[in-house]
Design a protein around this ligand. Sequence first.
Ligand SMILES: *Cc1c(COP(=O)(O)O)cnc(C)c1O
Length: 366
Amino acid sequence: MQVPLLDLVSQYKTIKEDVLKQIGEVLDTQRCIGGPKVEQLERDIADVCGCRYAVGVSSGTDALLAALMSLDIGAGDEVITTPFTFFATAGSIARVGATPVFVDIDPKTYNIDPSKIEAAVTAKTKVIMPVHLFGQVAEMDAIMAIAQTHSLAVIEDAAQAISATYKGKKAGSIGTCGCFSFFPSKNLGGIGDGGMVVTNDETLHHRLFIMRNHGMEPKYYHKCIGGNFRLDPIQAAALLVKLPLLDKWSEGRRKNAAYYTEKFKGSPVVTPTINTDCVSIFNQYVIRVPRRDELVKHLQQNNIGCEVYYPVPMHLQECFACLGKGPGSFPESEKAAREVMALPIYPELTDAMKDYVVKTILDFVA
Ligand SMILES: *Cc1c(COP(=O)(O)O)cnc(C)c1O
């Protein structure tokens, strides 16, 4: 049996006609930059997130970048974040000239450990950038309390957590702003790159709105130095078809997660911990196992897709050697990088496929 890590073809088959029709409308009108599809998606995503404003951008990375630029973060500023994340989180901080200051993770949730943040705050700290890793929102109450005490902005990297909740609040709606990615492997994936920033702050919304278009307002008058961070209307068209199905798809992932977790009970496989305050969207189902690298090979040999998110924490990346944080600086992140692996969790998985994944893993760890 073949079980890929993700199967976007089987999902596309269920929505193909609607996607082609929506894209056809963009092409027929030749509104190829901005336009009604982008505006509609912005309204719909703002609604879904319980936020007043949303600004479509070119990727999740550019969402983070535009958010930092709109808050005037730059040289001399420090941004507190997690070293256990996708590169774009720390990369965007460094690209605006600020310094990423890492804080280790909670080994249970893989999210930034709020009890360690306070010690990392300095006079230069401007922002906390928590990441809602694998689809579970970080401990936002504690993070917001620290931000309030020190007058810091909070940029939620919610790229993996669209529509996940924390105490009933949607990911991205709790901090100063929230950043989403529509990379195809995210729960709400486009047919290419795309992203969105949501906020309740009217001033920040306006800054983001002009920042994505070269800081321009009115035409050819530039208030600030922005970029071309615009969301492609072809992406917006496809996303408008997918957005109404997002909750159903995320529910499918939660059911698959519950299935795996039940089957792994009593085995050496450490299954995900979801805080009682949180509803995860399981962008990834991540287990910890002894002999992780051997198990990855074993699954590959048995035609089961799996992936290590992420094998090298940010402070140990070559490009961040300049930060001077060597091995041992963030032990929980380093341990996670050695032990974790993600299993197929997409909603179209059949019971037979899940059983095959479980059996192959249990045979190996036995
Ligand atoms: C995917 C992702 C991003 C970047 O999104 P892109 O759309 O690929 O630029 C940023 N942060 C995290 C945590 C992500 O998973």
